[in-house]
Design a binder for this molecule. Structure first.
Ligand code: KG4
Ligand code: ZN
Length: 334
């Protein structure tokens, strides 16, 4: 039995979790800074770094108490070391190294994207490979073939804005506040998704995505028709995003003969995307796995779960491993 303390501070969530053997979550504490950043309409790196500094120790303490574990019960300490905001990453990495050193246990540096991929396996350890994982967050939109543990192939990515960024920008333009995804998701429930036809660029061109033109299309539409119902705009925009995402994840799954599709990242919390993805999986006779909403957004349980696999395959990370804001997943060549 291996008990891992995971730490996540790559962006604006300060999180700590205690996970046994990569899937048994004893505690998963997330302190969101969303209220601190809301008035600026996005994450302010300096504010995020300072907030992590004051929040991380109590968040770790809370996770340990909730898990019912003491210092001596922890077998390894893991932290996200990239990609993300450098000032934020450094807080988590330094804390994890200090604790690992003090407790004389291994330190494991984790790639944030890999952690999102493992969020699905954490809740559903029986998932069969190959899987296609669609990682859709505020910073990334990637279609990844998850061939086996540690083996990933990039099938497609956004050429401009990330899907979550498009939600956030459109929501800001429509005056719906920050973060935009949940606001658009909620408002769309009362809107007519067929009211306006928005077509995302590159809809029929391979597995890459483009969202910035879609944002401009929304802005142009509202400028031309200022009295348009905001709920209809939100629902029509969301329908276009969900349409292109599900169309391409289906293509990707067919292309690689995937046994299943998983969603990951904050946008995977979107109700319509979740519903449509499951429809596709049923239609194509493959597994569909949607992590719980808590596991879609940034959390430390996915970091501890990934660390369990990484520790077994690569061993501990060196204590001079740095935080890397531009860390990439080691993709297999296509
Ligand atoms: O993965 P995440 O928590 O943070 C990173 O970007 O790494 O994702 C946050 C993004 C934001 O852009 C937010 O607007 C979006 O996920 N999001 C959603 C929903 N909930 C969060 N987008 C659409 N629908 C949602 N329900
Ligand atoms: Zn994330």
């Amino acid at each position: 039995m291996t008990t891992i303390l995971g730490i996540e501070t790559s962006c604006d969530e300060t999180a700590a979790a205690v996970v046994v053997d990569g899937h048994q979550v004893l505690a998963n504490v997330v302190s969101s800074q969303v209220d601190l950043h809301a008035r600026y309409g996005g994450v302010v790196p300096e504010i995020a770094g300072r907030a992590h500094e004051s929040l991380l120790t109590p968040v770790i303490a809370e996770a340990m108490v909730e898990a019912g574990v003491n210092d001596g019960d922890i077998d390894a300490v893991a932290a996200t070391h990239g990609p993300g905001l450098i000032g934020s990453l450094l807080i988590g990495v330094s804390a994890a190294k200090a604790l690992a050193l003090g407790w004389d246990v291994p330190f494991v540096g984790i790639n944030h994207h890999e952690a999102h991929l493992y969020a699905a396996l954490l809740e559903e350890p029986e998932l069969e490979f190959p899987l296609v994982v669609m990682l859709v967050s505020g910073g990334h939109t990637m279609l990844i073939e998850f061939q086996d543990h540690g083996q990933y192939r990039l099938l497609g990515a956004t050429v401009d804005d990330a899907a979550g960024e498009a939600f956030d920008k459109v929501a800001r333009y429509l005056g719906l506040g920050y973060p935009g995804g949940p606001a658009i998701d909620n408002l769309s429930q009362t809107g007519d998704s067929a009211a306006i036809t928005f077509t995302p660029p590159m809809r029929n061109e391979g597995l890459n995505f483009s969202f910035s033109g879609l944002k401009t299309a929304v802005v142009n539409h509202v400028r031309q028709d200022p009295d348009v119902d905001t709920a209809d705009v939100a629902a029509s925009f969301q329908a276009a995003v969900v349409d292109v995402l599900t169309h391409k994840v289906r293509l990707a799954a067919r292309r690689v003969g995937a046994k299943g599709i998983c969603l990951a990242g904050g946008v995977a919390a979107n109700s319509e995307l979740r519903e449509r993805t499951l429809d596709i999986c049923v239609e194509d006779g493959i597994q569909g796995f949607l992590p719980s909403r808590a596991m879609c957004t940034d959390n430390a349980a996915m970091v501890a779960a990934t660390a369990w696999w990484r520790l077994r395959s690569d061993g501990a990370s060196p204590l001079d491993l740095g935080a890397n804001p531009n860390l990439r997943l080691p993709f297999i060549d296509s």
